[in-house]
Design a protein around this ligand. Sequence first.
Ligand SMILES: *Cc1c(COP(=O)(O)O)cnc(C)c1O
Length: 412
Amino acid sequence: MSQTPDFEPNAFSDSMPDQESQSQHFDTIALRTGHQRTHEGEHGEPIFLTSSFVYHSAADAADHFSNKKKGNIYSRFTNPTVRMFEERLAALEGGERCVATSSGMGAILAIALAFLKAGDHVVCSRAVFGTTTALFDKYMRKFGVNVTFVDLTDLNQWQNAIESGTTRLFFCESPSNPLSEVADLTALANLAHQHDILLAVDNCFCTPALQQPLKFGVDLVIHSATKYLDGQGRALGGAVVGSAQLLEEVFGVIRTCGPSMSPFNAWIFVKGLETLRLRMEAHSKSALQLAEWLQAHPAVETVFYSGLKSHPGHLLAKQQQRAFGGIVSFIVKGERQAAWAVIDQTRFISITGNLGDAKSTITHPATTTHGKLPAEAKAAAGIVEGLLRVSVGLEDIEDIKADLARGLNQLV
Ligand SMILES: *Cc1c(COP(=O)(O)O)cnc(C)c1O
């Protein structure tokens, strides 16, 4: 980023972090990377709400369209505000390039369209976002792509699922939704690469503030920017981060198939990234306190939070993550009725399927986010009737506990 306003019309750089930002630290990147100040000398990042761009002359237009000159053509391809978000997130993830998408699902669809063809095979963790399961199981199958679902933490299952010559993609979330299972990312990446398979990891729960999957050999990082990257529940968006070579393929899909990010939403995410680390630390601190408190509550059977020493993924999470994130799930004694009672006794915690918001939210996965899964798949993913998921917000932790205690105390 230049300090002096030296704007050139149609100035354009690749969506790659510049040299300087590669040597900077996370917090500086989060606030500074990607903004190429215009001739107006604006301090805050501008929103370019424009669908298309103009040229000096017919020849200039021809040069842009033939790729002789780099520059914006149309906002389905590139837009300066979207590029700002892409450069900042790429730098935060330690990736060469980022491509922004209209939503998290748009990002997953984009990698599927970019890297899979009829006859190919995907191995996917059972413990992924419900809609991700549907994307592979329902829609990708329509195009002749087969999928095998395996247990996130059982490397043998991943290995055994590989079909030689056709398996092209491994897909998982770590930590998983909603049970906070932790994948050994280095081991998965090694296994994938032995067989020429790409490993994509949905980093939605940790964000780069807590985990940078590319450092463990992961090929593609997926984001639903809708969650923590925004952090205040305002806008839908997504992103894919990885090497310049792989991301060129993803960019081709976005440009041609259309799930591009809105410049307005990109601006929201750019501002969200500025406070990402502070927020993730605060979410993690409160979530750990809540998990410990729930574990001691007599109405609670099990707590799933990788920050707890009793969690099977605790040591791995400690190696891979800077903290344990803001999502705490737990099983209450008494099945659906008890779980719903806890939800209905809350006074301020939002009853919603969303997560990763500054406001705490509570969800009953079995009847909402995972409600469409067939019974078998639900059971395999550990989505039981007594399960609740709390996305721990930035309210005072004592108030959050009190809001949950009202319902929980009635169960004992
Ligand atoms: C929400 C979510 C998605 C989908 O993102 P959208 O922005 O809603 O399309 C994907 N993965 C995870 C882990 C999510 O929580």
